[in-house]
Each structure stands twice: as C-alpha cells, then as structure tokens.
Design a protein around this ligand. Structure first.
Ligand SMILES: *[C@@H]1O[C@H](CO)[C@@H](O)[C@H](O)[C@H]1NC(C)=O
Ligand SMILES: *[C@@H]1O[C@H](CO)[C@@H](O)[C@H](O)[C@H]1NC(C)=O
Ligand SMILES: *[C@@H]1O[C@H](CO)[C@@H](O)[C@H](O)[C@H]1NC(C)=O
Ligand SMILES: *[C@@H]1O[C@H](CO)[C@@H](O)[C@H](O)[C@H]1NC(C)=O
Ligand SMILES: *[C@@H]1O[C@H](CO)[C@@H](O)[C@H](O)[C@H]1NC(C)=O
Ligand SMILES: *[C@@H]1O[C@H](CO)[C@@H](O)[C@H](O)[C@H]1NC(C)=O
Length: 526
C-alpha cells in the first residue's frame, strides 16, 4: 500500500519537476538568530554582521522562519541524520569514549536512504554522532562515500587537537584514516576546499548529496587553558576593528568566514552547472551562544543556546538553489510553517523517490522515524505544516557536569502555537539587546532564572507561551490557560513513556589509550 502510494507520488513528482535534485546541507554551529544579515533590522549598522552570501540566498530563495532544532548540538545532528525527534534518538551525547554514544548503530541514516536513489554522498566537518566502531559508526560506515572531519565537538580551529578528559590528540579523520591536514591551516578553510572539490569533481549523471557541517561559530578547545573559547581566523578578525566587544568581534569574524565559504560552495555549484538542479539548505543547528564567551546574538528572541526558549531552538535557516525556483513551484518568500530538523529525511526521500521507512531499526527493536515530508508546505501546495507538535526535553533531564549551570531541568513540549516549559530554575530567562554582547551592559545570562515549576496545588502550571502571536515570549499564559498547560503537560508525560534512553555503556579506556599512542582520536573497535 505504502509502495503503491509512493509510486503515485513519484509519478506526479517526475511530471512536475523532472529528476532528483542535488541536495546540499550547509549546517552552521550555534549561529544565532541575529548573526545573519537577513535578520537584522535595517536601521542597525549593516557592518555589524557580514553575511552577504547567506543574505543573497535568503533573498533569492526562501527563508525558513520556523526551523526548529534541539537546544544543543549532538541531538540536533542526530535528529537531522536519523529522521527521529531527539526523544527517540538522543537528547544528550555523553562522553565520546562510550560505545553507545551518538546515533544507535541499528538506525539507517540519511545518506544510506539517499544512496538507494543513486546519490553520491559526501560529508565534511563536525560529526558528533558516534565513532567507537570503524565498521559501524564513522561517516564512511554510515552511508557516506567520503568524509573529512572531526568526531567530537569543539576541536581546535588551528591544530585540530582536542583534550577530552583522558588525553589530548588530534581529532581529524579522512575516510578510514587519520587526516594529515591538521595544523596546515585554519580548519574551516580546508573543510571548505574539500566541499568545493567534491562539487567540482561530481559527475552530474548522478545526484549529489553533500553534508557540510561547519565548526563555526562554536568555540574550540584551547590547550593553554584546557577550556573552550572563540577562535577566529585572524585575517577575518582584523576586518572588524570597529566592534568594541572582543567576543562579538570574534563571533562576527567567524560567521563572516563561514559566509565566504557558503559563497565559494554556491559559486562552484553555479560554475559546474549543478546549481539549476540543486536544493540547498543553510541552517544553524540550534540557537546562538549568548552567554559570556559565546559572542552570539539571538535578538529579539528570548534566551539562547542550551535552553528551550525560542532563542535556543529556533534557528536562522533558508532554502535556496535552482531546484526551488523550477516551474510550478509557488514558493512563498518566507516559510512560516513549522519544520523540525527530523523532517528533512522524509522530505529528501520524497524528492529522491525512495521510502524512508527504517526496516533495519524495526528489526533491531529501535524507534521508527518521526520525519514528516514538508515538501508540499515548501511548494505552497499545502499551507498547513504537518509538523504541529513534538516533545522537546524530558522531565528530569540528564545532562553533563560541564554544563550544569545552563542546561538541565527545562522540560518542554510544543503543540503549535503553544509551548510549555517546566522547571524550577530555567536559565537565560531574558533577552539580548540589538548589539550583544557589548561593553556597556553585561547580561549574566547563566544566572538569570525564571521559575516555571509545575505545582498545580499552588496554582503554578509551568510557563506557557503562544510562540506565533508572541514570538519573543514576553507573555506567560499558564495562569490564564491552565487547561492548555495541562494538555501539553499530559502530552509530555505520554511522550516520556516512549522516551529512548538506552544504556550507552561506560567510558572506554581503550579509546584514550589509542588516542594517546597514535596521536589521533579514532575508532577503537573494528
Ligand atoms: C598532526 O598531528 C600529528 C600527531 O599529533 C603531529 O605529529 C603532527 O606534527 C601534526 N601536524 C602538523 C602540521 O601540525
Ligand atoms: C588560548 O587561551 C590563551 C589564554 O587565555 C589565549 O592567550 C590564546 O589566545 C587562546 N588561543 C586561541 C587559539 O584562542
Ligand atoms: C495539508 O496538510 C495537512 C497537514 O499535514 C493535512 O492535514 C491536510 O490533509 C493536507 N491537505 C491536503 C488538501 O492535502
Ligand atoms: C519554584 O517554585 C516552586 C513552587 O512554588 C517552589 O517549590 C520552588 O522552591 C521554587 N524554586 C526556586 C529555585 O525558586
Ligand atoms: C548591550 O547588551 C545588553 C545585554 O544584551 C542589552 O540589554 C543592551 O540593550 C545592549 N546595548 C545595545 C546598544 O544594544
Ligand atoms: C593518556 O594520556 C593522558 C595525559 O598524558 C593521561 O592522563 C592518561 O592517563 C592517558 N590515558 C591512557 C588510557 O593511557
């Protein structure tokens, strides 16, 4: 039945659009809502942000006004690649030396699905979804034909090293072997070179799937401090002497370099003629890091990276490429419908003409995909988004010691247009200014709390917002609409009954030993 239906869709699709698009995902890291030019109010100094290439794509393509992700990195990437909501794949990526970290081995990932439709598949940049086993978890074991990138998060931008509890080693890997590009350049540059080369050498007879996951504007590991800090390329940093706050200046410089890479990749797609059939998604993987040392800005949204306020989960995003403007597509300039990271899998599978149902996961007893095809929404064929609800973060959230001050304890559920947040002490309960961070007022976001406790006996029903009418979350509706709060709370509890939280296993000393002796973080199991 499903197959027959798919065949009908496919026939209609072929009639409408010809053959499969080239799909290019450009995923930025922690880039805030206000860190791109197309979200800046015109009265602000234009030179504050410098994203001419991304702005041009937004202008000629389509802004995705409600692209939702997890409140931090690995669950977002796991959702994108697996087509699951984080509740069903990963809401917290533990120590990378645990065998079961990242995306469970039995789940089928996006490149494997697209390969069934003949796609050539390539990965560049930040992986962060599991790497213990060479034959099961690294990118080339999960459907990518080629891969250049790092396995963990936050390696150093200049030498690609990462200290990770049990040692310091280079985190950079090319296909099935260590990459020797470490220390040869600022890593965003050789990542960009690789993707440009992939595009240049692609045989247009087959469709292309390229997933370029930028490091920018996430912090990198610093050997001197054994901590994380913003690491711009100094030539780009030098272009912004007029920015008073040093973190803001570094962040703006990093985002500007990323924008230049977007320009190079798009330029190569055009030079090779692939552009006409390309569908490009540019998005951040979550909101901006607005806390001290993050340098990002999510104005006018509330909160930021690590929390479930809109500034943490609603990312700047756009769609572009010749495929989007092909005949018969009546795309709006700004897509207001909700789209979750998990929804790209079914959307691309539909465009590729393959069924995304994950039989392997079913056989392994793992949760099925949650992904919903949003292509009818994108084309304007159906103005209603199929993505109306999802659980964000469970009650009694588990989180790492590193981030206790920020993450943790903000359970949440979305039932559009409402979002319920529950927790006693939810950080970053405030707003960035238009120019943030700045040298005149420091917002200590980590210590700025709201109590959204669930205590019906005391007349407290969490914090409830209508994120469509009140996108900046200034008006808590919980006391006015306790029945609505109850409805979302009940749905959250129901979702929690099906929460996927496998034992990820203990940290493995073998991982550290191999990193120590070889000099590279790498899979330690066959
Ligand atoms: C790359 O890393 C290896 C292993 O740590 C090291 O020996 C080598 O010097 C590094 N290369 C550069 C150019 O820094
Ligand atoms: C690492 O931290 C030290 C001390 O704060 C600082 O001087 C240095 O510039 C940092 N390195 C990078 C690459 O940011
Ligand atoms: C439009 O999409 C919504 C949400 O998926 C669905 O309920 C509705 O049936 C669709 N309408 C048509 C005409 O297909
Ligand atoms: C939050 O409110 C609840 C209910 O009134 C109360 O029990 C709790 O102590 C408060 N927590 C904090 C951190 O203020
Ligand atoms: C400076 O930053 C603070 C905190 O984000 C903000 O309240 C203030 O409005 C900012 N100043 C300007 C000029 O944007
Ligand atoms: C790896 O090296 C670090 C630093 O020298 C050391 O603390 C750690 O014990 C080593 N781990 C293993 C498993 O060899």
């Amino acid at each position: 039945m499903a197959a027959a239906w798919l065949a009908v869709c496919r026939a209609r699709f072929e009639e409408d659009y010809g053959s499969r698009p080239h799909i290019v995902i450009l995923l930025a890291d922690n880039v805030g809502w206000a860190s791109v030019g197309f979200h800046r109010p015109p009265e602000l100094p234009a030179r504050e942000v410098h994203t001419p290439n991304i702005d041009a794509l937004a202008a000629e393509g389509m802004e995705l006004a409600r692209a939702y992700w997890y409140k931090f990195c690995s669950p977002s990437r796991s959702a994108l690649l697996s087509g699951r909501l984080p509740f069903h794949v990963n809401t917290f990526n533990d120590d990378p030396t645990m065998v079961g970290q990242g995306i469970p081995v039995g789940m089928t990932l996006m490149p494997e699905v697209l390969k069934r439709a003949g796609y050539a598949t390539h990965f560049v940049g930040k992986w962060h979804v599991g790497m213990a086993s060479r034959s099961k978890q690294i990118p080339v074991a999960r459907g990518f034909d080629s891969s250049l990138g790092y396995f963990h998060s936050n390696n150093n931008y200049y030498d690609s090293r990462r200290g990770q509890g049990c040692g310091v080693a280079v985190d950079l890997w090319d296909g099935e072997a260590p990459s020797r590009l470490n220390g040869t350049d600022y890593e965003e540059r050789f990542f960009c070179d690789r993707t440009v080369k992939i595009v240049r050498e692609h045989d247009p007879a087959s469709p292309l799937f390229a997933y370029h996951a930028f490091h920018t504007s996430c912090v990198g590991w610093n050997a001197t401090t054994d901590d994380l800090n913003l690491q711009p390329a100094w030539d780009w940093y030098a272009k912004f002497p007029f920015i008073d706050d040093d973190d803001r200046r570094k962040n703006v410089a990093m985002v500007a370099l990323m924008d230049a890479c977007v320009g190079r990749i798009v330029g190569e797609l055009k030079a090779t003629g692939l552009w006409a059939r390309s569908l490009v998604v540019w998005s951040s993987d979550n909101g901006g890091a607005v806390h001290a040392g993050g340098g990002s800005n999510v104005y006018p949204l509330k909160g930021g990276y690590f929390n479930n306020w809109e500034g943490g989960i609603r990312a700047p995003a756009l769609l572009a490429g010749g495929f989007l403007s092909m005949s018969k597509i009546r795309t709006p300039a700004v897509l207001e419908g909700f789209v979750h990271a998990a929804d790209w899998l079914s959307t691309f599978a539909y465009l590729a003409g393959v069924d995304p149902t994950d039989e392997a996961a079913r056989a392994a007893g793992l949760p099925p995909i949650d992904s919903l095809n949003v292509w009818p929404l994108i084309t304007g064929a159906n103005r209603t988004s199929p993505r109306v609800e999802w659980p964000l973060t469970p009650l009694s959230e588990r989180f790492g010691e590193e981030h206790t001050e920020l993450v943790g304890g903000d359970a949440a559920y979305m039932l559009a247009p409402y979002k319920l947040i529950v927790g006693d002490k939810i950080a970053q309960a405030n707003w960035c200014g238009q120019i943030h961070p700045n040298t005149s007022v420091l917002w200590d976001s980590v210590n700025d709390f709201t109590n959204c406790s669930w205590a019906p006996d005391e007349g407290k029903y969490g914090c409830l917002y209508d994120v469509v009418d009140d996108p900046t979350e200034h008006h808590d509706l919980a006391a006015l609409m306790p029945e609505k709060a109850y409805e979302l709370y009940t749905r959250l509890r129901d979702a929690q009954a099906r929460f996927f939280d496998p034992d990820r296993g203990p940290p493995q000393e073998a991982a550290c030993r191999l990193a120590n002796t070889s000099g590279w973080w790498q899979p330690w199991l066959p």
